[in-house]
Design a binder for this molecule. Structure first.
Ligand code: PSU
Ligand code: MN
Length: 302
């Protein structure tokens, strides 16, 4: 089971061994999703929220070719400041390892490594999904296929509002991924409180979430999305958000940004257009999700 390529830090390894609650955290949002120094503040605050709830945080990234589960604070800081870091999804991991690169891990790659390490719960901002596009974009995040194959629950604020959410939800349905709302009947849309789309089940307590997860896994089910809406006081109004998004999308089309650059580009431009409103929202939702993931981890193992 122990993959020699995987470096699990002692505190995390011990917690996993003793079946104590552990929450995985991803690093692409730190490196490519938020600007310095808010990225480091968010990463630290997410870890602190997990500890606050009595669980052990395990931020995951590839450091000089070593997939590492449970970054030290100095490593977190160095990663947050570093330029030219590869954004690694599932398919990029082996490349990053053999070329001894430093890479951030997306939701897909973080799920894969968390699973290898024996961690079941993972918190992020928002999962990737199907991008918007005139004729159905072929840009569909590998996060969705990872959810289909890997038994890890991802606590998030829904799918990023830059995406085609109805289509993202259809793909998750086909993949057999439960989309569970935390205290809501509607799928949240990251910066925006609700997408207006239905979820498959609602839970209102960490205990209910834990029961649902355990049962799903007991039948060989794989990934699960637990979606918690952002506090409405911090969330963006749908109309003004859509307006900013159209402008950012036009620019992306004009400059030809595509592939894995698209999500970071859109998040960056939205931050500028909304004068930091999306940054504040992103910061808050990551911390809230980390806290909830730790509460569910405690209900599972505490
Ligand atoms: N959550 C955030 N900010 C981010 C991401 C998530 O608050 O930047 C990252 C995740 O790592 C996710 C990725 O996997 O965006 C999606 O990228 P793509 O659309 O290229 O699959
Ligand atoms: Mn993509």
């Amino acid at each position: 089971m122990n993959n020699p390529n995987l470096q699990i830090r002692p505190e995390v390894a011990k917690a996993i061994e003793l079946k104590r609650p552990v929450v995985a955290l991803e690093s692409t949002l730190i490196v490519h999703g938020l600007p310095w120094p808010l990225n480091l503040e968010t990463a630290r605050a997410a870890e602190a929220a997990v500890r606050d709830e009595g669980a052990v945080p395990a931020t995951i990234a590839v450091l000089d070719g070593k997939p590492t589960v449970g970054l030290a604070d100095a490593e977190l800081q160095a990663l947050a400041q570093r330029q030219g870091v590869l954004k690694a999804s599932r398919r990029d991991l082996a490349v990053a390892i053999v070329k001894r690169m430093t890479a951030s891990t997306t939701v897909a790659a973080t799920m894969m490594l968390a699973h290898q390490a024996g961690i079941r719960l993972f918190a992020t901002g928002g999962i990737g999904g199907a991008h918007r596009g005139p004729n159905h974009s072929w840009d569909i995040s590998a996060d969705l296929s990872e959810l289909a194959r890997t038994p890890v629950a991802v606590v998030c604020a829904g799918a990023k509002s830059i995406l085609d959410i109805p289509r993202t939800l259809e793909i998750l349905e086909t993949a057999g991924v439960p989309v569970v709302g935390y205290g809501t009947e509607e799928f949240p849309a990251f910066y925006v409180h609700s997408s207006g789309e239905p979820i498959t089940a609602r839970v209102d307590t960490p205990r209910q979430a834990a029961d649902l997860f355990r049962t799903h896994w007991s039948f060989g089910g794989n990934g699960i999305v637990l979606a918690q809406p952002l506090d409405p006081h911090v969330a963006l109004e749908p109309e003004s958000f859509l307006c900013a998004l159209s402008a950012a999308e036009q620019e992306a089309m004009g400059t030809g940004v595509r592939g894995k650059e698209l999500t970071p580009f859109l998040l960056g431009r939205l931050a500028e257009i909304t004068e930091g409103q999306t940054l504040k929202a992103n910061h808050m939702l990551v911390i809230a999700n980390a806290r909830l993931a730790a509460q569910v981890a405690r209900a599972l193992w505490g």
